[in-house]
Design a protein around this ligand. Structure first.
Ligand SMILES: [Cu+2]
Length: 313
């Protein structure tokens, strides 16, 4: 924190973050003044009107109109200011400009998918242009999630079977973290995404090349990249530790006991099936919570992931 406007909050990096902070600071300062004033008055009156002798009687006071009107009207004015200011901010926050660039966001237990107008989908990675309004249209595949970008001061629930939206305009390029702020199950705290704010030209370049295949990568290298980018590591470790799902360490060729008690050897077909239709063969001792990647990974990408998993021994 190096400015008053950042008090208790991360750097403000969207066009309306300044407004949100100003209101937040106003409420804090007013509360502080009232707290100090009322505390001093209580201590002072307790001392001034203390009982001074045994036979002193309390005077009978029923009311004092001037005082009562003052202590009703001052808080009323403060509350009206906070309401008006907050309502105005709320309208700004909920009304996206018509020229906003739209991105579809889907929350799943436990990853974030971002769908761009080119058809490209990125997982746990959101790319946006700076100095241009961006509108996120959110929904959830399962339970309620909530998307939070602290630096932009925006947060919105992602609900199953209903769309919600939020918008922002980033003031400068940079990297930030997106959080899920609705407790959504055991890997809730891993449900993070990286936010990349590019300059407008860089964003166009990124969008045009995002789904281009890097021909210089070997299948295993492409697979490694996909496993990192598709959110697999939120649930699968590479070091043998058990997260939500079994570790990928030494996975290929291992025996796998399934929920129905049968034992299979993990081969290419098992891996492929696990990625496309995870719930048809659920590993014993694990919940059937893996999202299906059918439709979001093509054959070439699935082959690459299998090649990569084979190298992990
Ligand atoms: Cu969540």
């Amino acid at each position: 924190m190096n400015r008053l406007s950042d008090f208790m909050l991360p750097d403000a990096r969207s066009t309306f973050a300044g407004d949100v902070d100003a209101l937040f600071n106003f409420i804090n300062v007013v509360s502080l003044i009232l707290l100090i004033g009322i505390t001093i008055a209580i201590i002072y009156f307790a001392y001034k009107y203390r009982r001074k002798s045994e036979d002193e009687t309390t005077p009978l006071i029923t009311h004092n109109s001037k005082l009562e009107i003052t202590w009703s009207v001052i808080p009323l004015i403060l509350v009206i200011i906070v309401f008006g200011w907050g309502y105005n901010g709320y309208l700004n926050l909920t009304t996206a400009p018509d020229d906003a660039y739209e991105i579809r966001v889907v929350g799943k237990s436990w990853l974030w998918e971002f769908h761009y107008d080119t058809g490209f989908v990125s997982v746990n990675e959101l790319h946006v242009p700076a100095n241009q309004p961006v509108k996120l249209i959110l929904s959830s595949d399962d339970v309620i999630h909530s998307l939070f970008i602290p630096e932009f001061r925006v947060k919105m629930d992602a609900l199953p079977n209903r769309y919600t939206s939020l918008w922002f305009e980033a003031t400068e390029p940079g990297e930030m973290t997106i959080y899920c702020t609705e407790y959504c199950g055991s890997a809730h705290s891993n449900m993070l995404a990286d936010l990349y704010v590019h300059s407008q030209e860089d964003f166009q370049t990124w969008l045009e090349t995002a789904d281009a295949v890097d021909e210089t990568l070997s299948p295993a290298e492409l697979g490694q990249q996909l496993v990192q980018r598709q959110g697999c590591l939120a649930c699968h470790s590479l070091d043998g530790s058990t997260l939500q799902g079994p570790s990928f360490e030494g996975i290929f060729g291992r025996d796998r006991e399934l929920q129905d008690g049968s034992v299979v050897t993990i081969d290419e077909n098992y891996l492929r099936q696990s990625i496309i239709e995870p719930n048809t063969q659920v590993a014993a001792g694990f919940p059937a919570i893996m999202p299906s990647y059918a439709g979001s990974l093509d054959d070439r990408q699935i082959d690459a992931i299998i090649e990569y998993l084979k190298t992990l021994d």
